[in-house]
Design a binder for this molecule. Structure first.
Ligand code: NAD
Length: 365
């Protein structure tokens, strides 16, 4: 039976990079016999412009019904002055929450071909392969109460709440241990247990779950030290598990180790196997509409979709191999090329990956 993929291009460079992913999905259908039905919907600022809300009911219903969701990016200066509840980013947070996508997997892999594009020395990052597992539906981004209030002195005070239940910690830590089991069996749990009670509980629960995974080496780091270690000696890490906010921040640090945020995919998974797949970058308003965005993060997000939601690990590996072949051929988008170089555009990069994938179909038939 055909699997339904809901594509939500969103704002800024979102439609440009998802267009390349659609080409890739069509190639998987035409040349590899993958039976897919691709639907599209609106989210973010463009949804607000059309429907007055960043997550229309129709999009949410279609996302519930789909086997997997592919998202571009949301947001941009046009919508920054909107009330908080209807900002583009609220639509994305609501979608993650409605689909109960509590586990965010963010690989940070440095391709040897791109090691010199990293801001760190080549020897520190070449061969880097980290998986960051970020809790996505809890913590300070969702905790209540939250807001801005006026206190007795007439001054305004902003406040948010960091809250984690044991069950929320347990389920994300288990995902991370399971991921570590399929890799190098090393898991580092990142918290701020010396200052924040909620993450003291995080450490306690992680340690307790660790007793069930004696084949995985569990370590703990405070988030400030983890940030430092990521730029000091990043290859010491295999899998990292952490809270929503800490994961948001350290995964962007890890992104820069790899050369460009335009290379990094992500998967957000629910307990029922539903997944949403998106590049970790935002809508990049500074380059939107110019046809220069790097589509590889979105193409690699399709690979993650194949692996985690469509049960097509073999095709996932082929997509990753196609990306590597294109990099080997020397093709680079502007984010990966030093000043004065000769970058290719978004659609040229996408076409090259699709062509490389099509070539691989000959290898397996
Ligand atoms: P950003 O990731 O959009 O851009 C940061 C920098 O990286 C920019 O210089 C941009 O040009 C570059 N960049 C990003 N993706 C690229 C790609 N594929 N190819 C080449 N260069 C790329 O982050 P930002 O500027 O902080 O945010 C812009 C908007 O995106 C904001 O409205 C923000 O809220 C939103 N945002 C959305 C998401 C999401 O949809 N998941 C994530 C982060 C930010």
């Amino acid at each position: 039976m055909a699997k339904t993929i809901l594509c939500l291009p969103g704002d800024g460079i979102g439609p440009e990079v998802t267009a390349e992913a659609i080409k890739l999905l069509e190639c998987l259908g035409d040349d590899f016999g993958l039976s897919l039905r691709i639907e599209s919907g609106s989210i973010g600022g463009s949804a607000y412009d059309q429907h007055g809300v960043p997550l229309p009911d129709g999009t949410l219903d279609a996302a519930h019904a789909a086997d997997a969701v592919l998202l571009g990016a949301v947001g941009g200066p046009k919508w920054e002055a909107l009330p908080y509840e209807v900002r583009p980013e609220r639509g994305l947070l609501a979608l993650r929450s409605e689909l109960k996508l509590f586990a965010n997997l963010r690989p940070a892999v440095t391709y040897p071909q791109l090691a010199d594009a990293s801001s760190l020395k080549t020897e520190l990052v070449s061969g880097l392969d980290i998986m960051i597992v970020r809790e996505l539906t809890g913590g300070i981004y969702f905790g209540q109460p939250r807001g801005v209030r006026t206190v007795d002195t007439g001054e305004r005070e902003g406040f948010n709440t960091l809250v984690y239940r044991e069950s929320e910690i347990e389920r994300i830590v288990r995902v991370a241990f399971d991921v570590a089991r399929k890799r190098d069996r090393r898991l580092c749990s990142v918290d701020k247990a010396n200052v924040l009670e909620a993450t003291e509980l995080w450490r306690e629960v992680a340690t307790s779950i660790g007793n069930e995974y004696s084949d995985v080496a569990l370590s703990h780091l405070y988030v400030d030290n983890a940030a430092m270690q990521l730029v000091r000696r990043p290859k010491q890490f295999d899998v990292i598990v952490t809270t929503n906010m800490f994961g948001d921040i350290i995964s962007d640090v890890a992104a820069m180790l790899t050369g460009s945020i335009g290379m990094l995919p992500s998967a957000s998974l629910a307990a029922d196997g539903k997944g949403m797949y998106e590049p970790i970058h935002g809508s990049a308003p500074d380059i939107a509409g110019k046809g220069v965005a790097n589509p590889v993060a979105t193409l690699l997000s399709v690979a993650m979709m194949l692996r985690y939601s469509l049960n097509e690990a073999r095709l996932a590996t082929l997509v990753e191999t196609a990306v590597e072949r294109v990099l080997n051929d020397g093709l680079r988008t502007a984010d990966l090329v030093p000043e004065g170089g000769h970058p290719v555009g978004t659609s040229q990069m996408g076409d090259a990956v699709v062509a490389a994938l099509r070539d691989l179909s000959g290898d397996i038939s």
